[in-house]
Ligand binder design. Structure first.
Ligand code: ATP
Ligand code: MG
Length: 562
């Protein structure tokens, strides 16, 4: 392709609201444009990157027996009503009515329609297993569409669905996806972790997420470098360090006007890990008292898994439920459900005295209070790994994909059954598997960039090589460039020739910005000596190559890297 013909509207400045590096660079380098909040146009370069990612995904999905289909984006409400998600999902779903007044929605995922198809057209155990996938548009009215293409309201997803006779079959389909996904992200050239994850709105029994490390990510994972334990912090288990407890005498202390852990620790000159934080929340089942150590944070999602949706209680609700003013709640003697983090099982603590202006020392689980124990604290760096005891680290990540064991959560309500060998009807056992190709692209940019622009992994770069004649008005340079360009294309490589009559500085700047992995620079002086320069965008290393060997040398580099 000729640069002069290619639409690459590069910009000097990134959009004012852009924070993520990938957002800034993909806009500046002319890959995408934002039409409205969370709605992106893919420009020619961006389109090529997406096509490459999708091609890798298709190859790996086909390799595990996946069959590509396409589901409608516009869905009738009925299928979503049958699974209960029409009501369960709130504002995130775009809804509309057709001209006949019938409720419709824009599919935000396709479990319903895929299962509908299975219900209608899979009959016998002989037809199982099946893996169906698509690379299709999804719409979600995201609360905070931001960070460029990382979280948009319309995006492409590769979603696949497995249909098996039983759990054993599902295990196999799940395993196939687990491995195929590793190949996909590896081939795309991004760094990633596979972590245990929450089953969330998908339901089901087991789930993993594929997480690309990046400060632009909205998720956090807990990782153990010693044993490989890796989990989303939403469910990561960890053992906090045990403090040195003072003696255990039960004793009331006056703490006038000292309500927060911070205020009380300073007043009593004790470290926060010697306190119990008593947090009252309001759930559908009524008030619940959550207890964590003073140095810990209650993890809302961990608690939600135990008690469902909830919110912090207001001051008057605390007074009404416990008869205690907020700031002085202790875990003792309340008749409501109490859930304590396991770190409170041993040791003696300071807690609220359930009396205005007082705290108590010497509070011990099983003695001063009873509670259910469940891990509800947020894992932090330095906590010990539950598997091996070594310290965990916490890293920010972008979720680039996930896999779920669904079981019969969708096949049961939609009656996707099959007949087994004995003619008995059984529900199909399903899995669901998603990938966000745009997030792979953005993660690649987050992980591959410098102050001058993008550094693409070779496999998903819009072009592999750029041929850059410094002076297009020099006949010899242009001849050599055209020859090289033709020869490389002949070999099947994707080549961009910068045939623009621009100053060298501008051409180099643009080349750095758009981030093509290899560049052949054809300068008049070098050419007179029979050489061209081969530059590696990633390392910046420049090698002089004889003109006669250039094609072979470049071909060797490209094949070596692939
Ligand atoms: P998140 O927690 O980030 O909102 P999700 O759990 O809602 O993601 P899924 O519904 O499982 O995501 O979708 C599968 C994949 O689709 C995700 O792993 C992600 O790569 C991608 N994806 C999800 N939402 C978006 C979005 N708004 N924009 C771009 N890609 C997305
Ligand atoms: Mg989401």
């Amino acid at each position: 392709m000729r640069y002069s013909r290619l639409f690459i509207p590069t910009l000097k400045e990134a959009p004012a609201e852009a924070e993520a590096i990938s957002h800034k660079l993909m806009v500046r380098a002319g890959y995408v444009r934002q039409l409205a909040a969370g709605l992106y146009i893919y420009l020619p370069l961006g389109q090529r990157v997406m096509a490459k990612i999708n091609q890798i995904i298709r190859e790996e999905m086909n390799a595990i027996g996946g069959q590509e289909v396409t589901m409608p984006v516009l869905n009738p409400a009925e299928v979503w009503q049958q699974t209960g998600r029409w009501d369960a999902i709130g504002d995130e779903m775009f809804r509309l009515k057709d001209r006949g007044g019938r409720d419709m929605c824009m599919a935000m995922t396709h479990e319903e329609t895929m299962t509908w198809l299975a219900a209608h057209d899979l009959r016998s155990y002989r037809e199982l297993p099946q893996i169906w996938y698509q690379v299709q548009t999804k719409l979600r009215d995201e609360a905070r569409p931001k960070s460029g293409v990382l979280r948009t309201r319309e995006f492409t997803m590769k979603d696949s669905y497995s249909f098996d006779r039983d759990d054993e079959g599902l295990d196999k389909s799940y395993q196939l996806h687990l491995e195929a996904y590793k190949k996909i992200y590896s081939r795309c050239g991004i760094k990633f972790y596979v972590v245990q994850s929450d089953t969330g709105m998908m339901g089901g029994s087991m789930a993993h997420e594929y997480m690309a490390p990046s400060p632009a990510g909205e998720d956090e994972v807990a990782l153990c470098d010693a044993c490989g334990y890796a989990a989303n912090v939403e469910l990561a288990l960890s053992v906090p360090k045990t403090p040195n407890f003072p003696d255990g005498k039960y004793e009331e202390v006056a703490t006038p006007e000292k309500r927060t852990i911070d205020e009380v620790t300073r007043f009593l000159k004790l470290t926060p890990d010697l306190f119990i934080k008593s947090i009252l929340v309001m759930s559908d089942e009524g008030p619940v008292l959550a207890l964590v150590r003073g140095d810990q944070t209650l993890h809302e999602k961990k608690l939600a898994k135990l008690i469902g949706p909830h919110r912090p209680a207001q001051k008057d609700e605390v007074k009404a439920a416990l008869g205690v003013p907020a700031g002085f709640i202790g875990p003792m003697a309340h008749k409501i459900r109490k859930i304590a983090d396991p770190s409170l099982r041993d040791g003696v603590y300071v807690a609220g005295a359930n009396k205005e202006g007082y705290h108590v020392k010497g509070v011990k689980a099983g003695r001063e209070f009873e509670a259910e124990f469940a891990d509800i604290h947020a894992a932090v760096a330095g906590d010990a790994c539950v598997q091996c005891g070594k310290p965990l680290r916490i890293e920010r990540v972008i979720e680039v994909g996930n896999i779920f064991k669904l079981g019969t959560k969708y096949s049961a309500p939609l009656k996707a059954n099959y007949l087994d060998e004995n003619g008995a009807e059984r529900p199909i056992v399903m899995g669901s598997y998603g990938i966000g190709p745009a997030r792979i692209a953005a993660a690649a940019v987050e992980q591959g960039n410098d102050e001058n622009g993008i550094i693409w992994p070779l496999a998903i770069a819009p072009y592999q090589v750029m041929v850059l004649p410094v002076n297009v008005n020099d006949g010899a340079s242009m001849d050599a460039a055209e020859e090289l360009y033709a020869a490389l294309e002949e070999k099947g490589f994707e080549v961009l020739i910068d045939d623009r009559d621009e100053r060298a500085g501008i051409k180099f700047k643009d080349a750095d910005l758009i981030g093509i992995p290899w560049r052949v620079i054809i300068g008049e002086k070098n050419l007179k000596e029979g050489v061209v320069e081969l530059k590696d965008r990633k390392t910046g290393v420049v090698a002089k190559v004889k003109v006669a060997n250039a094609v072979e040398e470049i071909a060797r580099k490209l094949v070596m890297e692939a």
